[in-house]
Design a protein. Structure first.
Length: 100
């Protein structure tokens, strides 16, 4: 959560430094997304462990791999949905993203 919160402040600053322009950041949207991506799965995991501990123990060796695969798919789908804009933005955007 701390990286998400610092990203709200760091993104406009880094864009101003690297691109020379300020990019507005939807802080409420970022916090909502963080809740959906971080807090909801944690709460579901705690509830699952309480409701079905044996099942969770059986599945626990596979959970890190599943988490990584799902994360890669989510990020890949997000990047793919705006690939043309990313490619058209040029080297300055790519440098800004590398600094993050």
């Amino acid at each position: 959560m701390s990286t998400t919160l610092s990203g709200i402040l760091a993104t406009p600053f880094l864009n101003k430094v690297v691109l020379g322009t300020v990019v507005p950041v939807d802080a409420g949207g970022i916090l909502r997304s963080a809740m959906q991506v971080v807090l909801v799965p944690i709460c579901l995991g705690i509830a699952s462990k309480a409701a079905a501990p044996r099942l969770c123990t059986t599945l626990s060796p596979a959970i890190p791999t599943v988490g990584i695969v799902v994360s890669v798919l989510v990020v890949g789908a997000t990047v793919a949905s705006c690939a043309q804009q990313i490619l058209g933005a040029g080297i300055r955007l790519h440098l800004a993203l590398l600094t993050l």
